[in-house]
Design a protein around this ligand. Structure first.
Ligand code: ATP
Length: 295
């Protein structure tokens, strides 16, 4: 399927600071795409460029297989910073102001309030909302006009764990509705939970990109123990698909080829007469992978 967005060799400098260096990646249709990187890695600059707010020094990007820019822009909802809603006005009235700009009717306002879970509080004043509700209303405003793509910059910034969980679940719901979502964030663990694809930036350079599962694959580690550790190590050395064995703290740490699951190791050992007293799959988080890459 054609990517929703294709970015080729984008570069951007601010004076002597090169914020982006020849960055290229594709955003697949239907994905939740995380643009990840530490502070100053160029994420906001990249979002600014693809939304036509900033002009790149070099490179190209195309939306929806080369759709004309104005037409493409109508298919994109974005939230780069918290919009200024009126504190003394209700959600529905605040949305009316945004809707006038987006040419969206009452039905659409009711639809987005439903999507972001604010229907019951739609007549409450904005100032009575929690931070999480305010952020959901902002996402609701970005959804007016039924965009096919939603671009969010650090959507969980400043929220408490409950607020973060609400936004996470909202992103998943919107994605199920068929909306492709591009999120810039430095919160790796958080993004790992919602993204299907990821591009990792470091000082303006793309380190890697692809499906989250591929990017993280082969990094998982299995831990095993048995009464006779020497015998366990000896027999595991003969098992196909174990690529590395390391003994630490009286535990064997195994690196396994793709497709080797804990149950395979368990049944292999039991077939050789060894009963495992400990079997644990340690999934390497995007966070530790990211720290390794960027530090
Ligand atoms: P953060 O998460 O801190 O917002 P980021 O990954 O979004 O970081 P950018 O904001 O795109 O990164 O910044 C990339 C680099 O460009 C940084 O070194 C930043 O200081 C610099 N930069 C960004 N905007 C400007 C500007 N208007 N003028 C000068 N330098 C800028």
């Amino acid at each position: 399927m054609e990517p929703v967005l294709s970015i080729q060799n984008i570069s951007k400098s601010y004076g002597s600071v090169q914020a982006l260096k020849n960055v290229s990646f594709d955003v697949p249709a239907g994905s939740v795409f995380g643009v990840l990187g530490p502070n100053g890695s160029g994420k906001t600059t990249m979002l600014g460029i693809i939304l036509d707010i900033l002009i790149a020094d070099g490179g190209t990007y195309s939306w929806f297989g080369g759709m004309q820019k104005d037409a493409a822009r109508k298919q994109i909802g974005s939230l780069l910073e918290t919009p200024n809603f009126y504190h003394y006005m209700s959600a529905i009235d605040n949305l009316e102001i945004t809707a006038a700009i987006r040419q969206a009717g009452l039905e659409d306002r009711e639809r987005v309030l439903q999507l972001v879970g604010l229907t019951e509080r739609k007549t409450s004043k904005f100032q009575t909302y929690s931070l999480g509700m305010k952020q959901r209303l902002a996402i609701g405003a970005a959804l007016l006009g039924r965009p096919k793509v939603l671009v969010l910059d650090e959507p969980t910034n400043g929220l408490d764990p409950a607020g973060i969980a609400e936004i996470r679940s909202l992103i998943k719901t919107l994605n199920k509705e068929g909306i492709t979502i591009i999120i810039a964030s430095h919160l790796l663990d958080e993004i790992e939970k919602v993204c299907t694809h990821v591009a990792i930036l470091k000082k303006g350079t793309l380190l890697l990109d692809g499906p989250v599962d591929d990017v993280l694959r082969s990094e998982d580690q299995l831990e095993v123990r048995a009464a006779d550790m020497q015998e366990l190590q000896r027999i595991l050395q003969s098992m196909d698909g174990i690529t590395k064995i390391r003994l630490a703290d009286n535990t064997l740490q195994l690196a396994c080829a793709p497709g080797i699951e804990p149950e395979h190791v368990n049944s292999f050992c039991s077939g050789k007469g060894i009963v495992l007293s400990h079997l644990l799959l340690r999934k390497k988080s995007l966070e530790s992978k990211f720290m390794e890459l960027t530090s």
